[in-house]
Structure formats: C-alpha cells, structure tokens
Ligand binder design. Structure first.
Ligand code: ATP
Ligand code: MG
Length: 420
C-alpha cells in the first residue's frame, strides 16, 4: 500500500533538528521573562470572525492565506494565521487588563497560512510572539525593539538589519490614503490585478506587493512617513532617541507597511539578505485601536513575532559558514577542463586564496565529497559546456546556491568575495 505523506508545507521536526528548536525556545523564554513577559497559550483554532475583524478584511492573510473550515453546526472557524488577535481576545475575555501583572505576554507555537511552500515559507510554521498592553509611551516601543535585538544576539544571530517606520495614526492615514490613490491613478492599468483592487480598498497595501512593475509604479510615490501628524512625528522621534540611547542600530524604511491592518505608528522588521525572497525574520508594531476593535477597553498595544523556521535556517547557515574556511575547491569534469583548472588553481594560490583541485579525473560526486572534506567554502565546477561558454560554475557550499561566473574574471571575482 502507498504510504501517507505529511500535508504539503507542514513539516516534521525530527531529533537532530529539535535541539535547535529547544535552544531557541529556551533563550526566548529567558530573555522575555527578564523583560517582564509571561507565557500565554491560546488555541490553534478560533472563530473566523476574530481574524477577519482583527487582522483586516482586505489583507492577504485574511483574503487568501487562511485555513477556514465549518464545523458540523455550521460555525465558521479558522486555524490561526498569527497570534496577536488570539492573545488580544484572551486578554479581553479573561479581563486581564484589570491585573497590573497581566499586561505583557509571550506565546510560542504553530501558525497556519495557505501560501506557496518554499525555503523559509511553509503552511504550518512557528512563531515566537510578544504582546504588551496598556502603555502608549514611545519608550516601550524602543524597549520591545531592544528586547528583540537582545534575543537575536543571545541566540547567536548576526548579520541582520533592523528596519523601522511609522505608519501614523488613522487620522494621518485618512488624508494620505487619498494622496496615494491619486498618485496611483495614472499607472492604474499597469498595476497587477491585486494592486488594482488594493488601490481602491487599501492603497497602503500596494507597498507590500512583490510584483516588479508595481514596485516600479511606486518608486516616486509620496510617503506616509513624510506626512504624519505632529503627535505621530513626535512619538517617532522619541522612539528613535531611545533606540540611540540603547545603542541599537536601525535604518528608517518609509516603504515598510507590514501585512496587517491593525498597525499604527511604530512598525519594525528584522531583515536578512540570506533567505532569498523570504527576507523578514520577524516584525511587529504598535496597534492602539485593536483591543477596542475586538470589544475590549480602549487600551494601546504593541508586539512582534519572529518566524522560528527562518531564524533556525539562518542560525544553521551561520554555523555551516563558520565551519567552512575561505577556501576554494576546483572540480574539473574532463581533460580540457582539468588543464584550465590547473592554471586557475595556481592563479588563486598566487592571489593568496587557499585552493585545491583533483587531478585524478574522479566523478563529480566524488570530487564534491573531497571538497566537503577540505571544508571549502566555494567549489568552482568546470565542464565541457562551461568551458565552451567561457564560464565556470560557482557553488556556495554554505547555502548551496549556484551561479555562473566568467572564466576571464573569476580570479578577481573570488578575490572580491574573500576580501569582504
Ligand atoms: P512575508 O513578507 O515573508 O510574507 P509576513 O509579513 O507575512 O512575512 P508576519 O505576518 O509579519 O510575516 O509574521 C512574522 C514572521 O513570521 C515573519 O517575519 C516570518 O519570519 C514568519 N513567517 C510569516 N509567514 C511565514 C510562512 N508562511 N512560513 C514561515 N515563516 C513565516
Ligand atoms: Mg506573508
């Protein structure tokens, strides 16, 4: 009989991998608790309405990505696509706002979104989620961003950049919405079908579009950050001042809008350039209207979520990189390639880059094994086809990515990589 496979985009985490998860979770717990956050666990399933109202009807998450089902009584339910709406619901339902010790929470667990699975993007994924209620002070915004930074540092992640922005308040957004709609009108036909719709329903969302021609259309767009009101601008200045005081570097990214409607004022993301299109490790922001919108008292809130799969992929990549030294292995597939490879090997050595190659004409597979033993960071593969095109294939052994380089400039190119 045919065996049954797991649902596409939903992964098993096996022994050998689970240790990474345990370490990340332990570090998260320790850091969050030092900052006064307490763990909360909410169900994986909620009433559909919670997310529709909480996240926003016209967001990608609600429009396209949610797992929705109906139980036998006809009640519409959804697997949670994120944690904030659930934590806010629990906060209101159990009247936690009445208890001063119940204002700051963290949650760790699976989320579900029906997206196209790829590296760093899955249908069941896990988040470390943090929420703080009741405080409007910009110092709290800076504190929560600082906590995110400290967590990533303690868990051992480097090479990420913190982006911050302000999305203003509903008032500043009302005027801006019209300005952006007018701006997009002239290019309306060139926008992707989603953005044509977004332009009318939720124009700010167009900034989140990954389609090239929409990005181009938005290049000269007026920016919300430049037109936020005095109170929002003052708030943002104070967040920045506190981040400076905490020695926490950031860049201002006025085009970052985040994928959820509830955000206002401070928003932030931690960005990597090492996971392809999946460049956000985590993100969050302030959501002052949300508690009230979901039927609770008018209390401000702020939070963030980190994607655990992406974080662990990066940590593993870094571990792999540090294991590999800046060395090249040249794999040649036939005699002509071997001749050329021989010359290149000496040229690299002469340029001060440790280089090895195989002279014995073994199979590519066995040469790759040798390269691995040699802990080479890069393998340059040269075969008949490459040679004919005047190219050589560069394989990065840390992330397994590949690209072709010109044979003529390959020595210069590798010198450039290793000098960074
Ligand atoms: P993206 O732009 O990559 O779609 P997002 O803005 O939808 O991300 P958020 O809703 O802000 O993501 O979720 C916070 C974090 O959760 C992301 O930064 C990412 O690390 C992680 N995440 C989101 N969606 C997925 C997914 N489908 N698979 C794995 N991780 C995810
Ligand atoms: Mg998304």
């Amino acid at each position: 009989m045919e065996s049954i496979q797991a649902v596409k985009g939903m992964n098993d985490i096996l022994p050998g991998q689970i240790e990474w998860w345990q370490r990340v979770e332990e570090t998260a717990r320790r850091v969050m608790e030092d900052f006064g956050y307490r763990e909360i666990r909410t169900p994986a399933m909620e009433k559909l309405e919670l997310f529709a109202r909480g996240i926003g009807d016209s967001t990608d998450i609600v429009e396209k990505e949610m797992y929705v089902l109906e139980d036998s009584k006809g009640e519409k339910l959804a697997l949670r696509p994120e944690a904030t709406a659930s934590v806010v619901r629990a906060f209101i339902q159990h009247k936690l706002h009445a208890d001063p010790l119940m204002q700051k929470f963290y949650a760790i667990g699976p989320m579900f979104r029906h997206e196209r699975p790829q590296k760093g993007r899955y249908r069941q994924f896990h988040q470390i989620d943090v929420e703080a209620f009741g405080m409007d002070d910009p110092m709290l915004d800076a504190e929560i961003i600082y906590m995110l930074r400290i967590f990533l540092e303690r868990v051992g992640l480097s090479g990420v950049v913190l982006h911050i922005n302000s999305l203003g308040c509903p008032e500043c957004r009302k005027t801006y919405r019209k300005v952006l709609q007018d701006f997009l009108e002239k290019d309306a036909e060139t926008l992707c079908p989603d953005c044509q719709r977004r332009r009318l329903t939720n124009p700010l969302r167009t900034f989140d579009c990954k389609v090239e021609r929409c990005r181009e259309a938005l290049e000269g767009a007026p920016l919300l950050l430049e037109s936020i009101c005095g109170a929002c601008s003052d708030h943002f200045e104070r967040v920045k001042a506190s981040l400076y005081a905490l020695d926490t570097p950031f860049v201002i990214n006025p085009r970052m809008v985040r994928g959820l409607d509830y955000y206002m004022r401070t928003t932030f993301e931690v960005i990597t350039d090492r996971l392809g299109a999946q460049n956000a490790v985590g993100g969050g922001g302030r959501y002052n209207g949300l508690v009230k919108d979901l039927g609770g008292p008018d209390l401000p809130g702020i939070g963030f979520a980190i994607g655990m799969e992406r974080l662990i992929l990066l940590l593993q990549q870094e571990r792999e990189e540090s294991r590999r030294s800046p060395k090249i292995f040249i794999a040649a597939l036939d005699d002509a390639a071997r001749q050329k490879g021989f010359l290149l090997t000496q040229q690299f050595r002469n340029a001060g880059i440790e280089t090895e190659m195989d002279y014995e004409g073994r199979s590519l597979k066995s040469q790759m094994r040798r390269a691995d033993k040699f802990s080479a960071r890069h393998v340059l593969i040269l075969g008949e086809e490459e040679l004919a095109r005047g190219e050589i294939q560069l394989r990065d052994m840390t992330d397994k990515s590949q690209k072709n380089l010109s044979l003529e400039t390959v020595v210069e190119a590798m010198k450039g990589i290793y000098k960074q």
